[in-house]
Design a binder for this molecule. Structure first.
Ligand code: UDP
Length: 331
């Protein structure tokens, strides 16, 4: 009995694998290491290097392992890149899901927890965003994930594969001991970029857009600690394994922080100056994204432990200080 984690060498995947192992699950990771890091995968997990679009490879993993459920992270996730290379996103993300669901169907695996995103909502119709709100993505990344949600819905109708779509808002932080953390190349996310400036490996932060209809003109986002997010996946998997039905849940803190507030908090947490300048808007960015996460708390029993951005930034800072060049130095 094992949980398969495609994309388990990525940022959120590796933290979830770590937590699954801590909770006593057998874990099988599949990752093509296009963006993930082998060093981030807990060495108690079984690791297969390969691409989920490679049906022969994936069939082989399902043949060899006794898989009960899948927690699926394997996807590209960078909004600006998706604006420039939309087909890469439909190929890897949406295409990958087709193969994964086919192989699950053929091996009679009936549970999937899926790493979805607030980007499926696009520019929200109201704040905070509810699961029942309309989903009109403003970028190909969000569109590719919405298509994946829809595929799972129809795979449930036809094959009885039950899914949980977890729509993340913004994720940050690292395992509390700083042993694993966030490392993308190139880095595009706000918290790691701010911390690269704090540690002196990047000159300055560019704040994208200062004329949004928000409290200080900069985008507002809702940040969740990566370990809290990991816990939500395990709660969702346990619920499906016990016969739970297909559902979607928002995962956020229900509190919005502007990019400028994030910068100020990071200055306080790190004690560093962190030079910053205003820059043009980044294409595809919705103005404000804040979640209503009541459903996850009520139905999954999710209780985030780190619900303030200073904690999130502090744990990311610990990781950054321990690993100034990310995982690179360990390659
Ligand atoms: N952002 C920024 N400067 C950067 C990186 C990000 O101003 O160098 C802003 C970005 O425009 C957005 C917020 O930070 O408003 C969060 O962006 P991120 O890429 O971290 O996550 P996203 O919201 O796209 O999932």
């Amino acid at each position: 009995m094992a949980i398969l984690v495609p994309g388990g060498a990525g940022y959120i995947g590796s933290h979830t694998v770590d937590r699954l192992i801590e909770k006593g699950f057998d874990v099988v990771v599949v990752d093509n290491l296009a963006t993930g890091h082998l060093e981030s995968v807990n060495d108690k997990a079984k690791f297969y290097r390969g691409d989920i679009r490679d049906k022969e490879f994936l069939n082989d993993v399902f043949d060899k392992e006794d898989i009960d459920g899948v927690i699926h992270f394997a996807a590209n996730s960078i909004v600006p890149e998706s604006m420039e290379k939309p087909l890469k996103y439909f190929d890897n993300n949406t295409g990958g899901m087709i193969t994964l669901l086919e192989v699950m169907r053929d091996h009679d695996v009936k549970c999937i927890v899926f790493s979805s995103t607030a980007a499926t909502y696009g520019e929200p119709e109201s704040i905070p965003v509810k699961e029942t709100d309309s989903q009109v993505p403003t970028n190909p990344y969000g569109e590719s994930k919405l298509m994946m949600e829809k595929m799972m819905k129809w795979a449930d109708v036809a094959y009885g594969i039950k899914f949980t779509a977890l729509r993340y808002f913004n994720v940050g932080g690292a395992k509390m001991d700083g042993s694993i953390g966030e490392d993308h190349s190139p880095e595009t996310h706000l918290i790691p970029i701010i911390l690269q400036v704090a540690q002196g490996t990047r000159d300055k932060l560019q704040i994208f857009g200062n004329d949004y209809p928000t409290k200080d003109g900069t985008n507002v986002r809702d940040y969740v600690h990566v370990m809290d997010l990991a816990d939500a996946h395990i709660l969702a998997m346990n619920r499906l394994l016990k016969g739970g039905d297909s559902q979607a849940f928002n995962l956020g803190s229900s509190t919005g922080f502007s990019n400028r507030e994030m910068l100020e908090t990071a200055r306080k947490v790190t004690g560093k100056e962190i030079p910053a300048e205003d820059a043009p808007r980044r294409p595809g960015d919705p103005s404000t994204l804040v979640a209503d996460s009541t459903k996850a708390r009520e139905v999954l029993g999710w209780k985030p432990q780190h619900d303030n951005v200073a904690d999130i930034i502090a744990s990311a800072w610990k990781w950054t200080q321990k690993h100034p060049n990310g995982y690179e130095e360990e390659d």
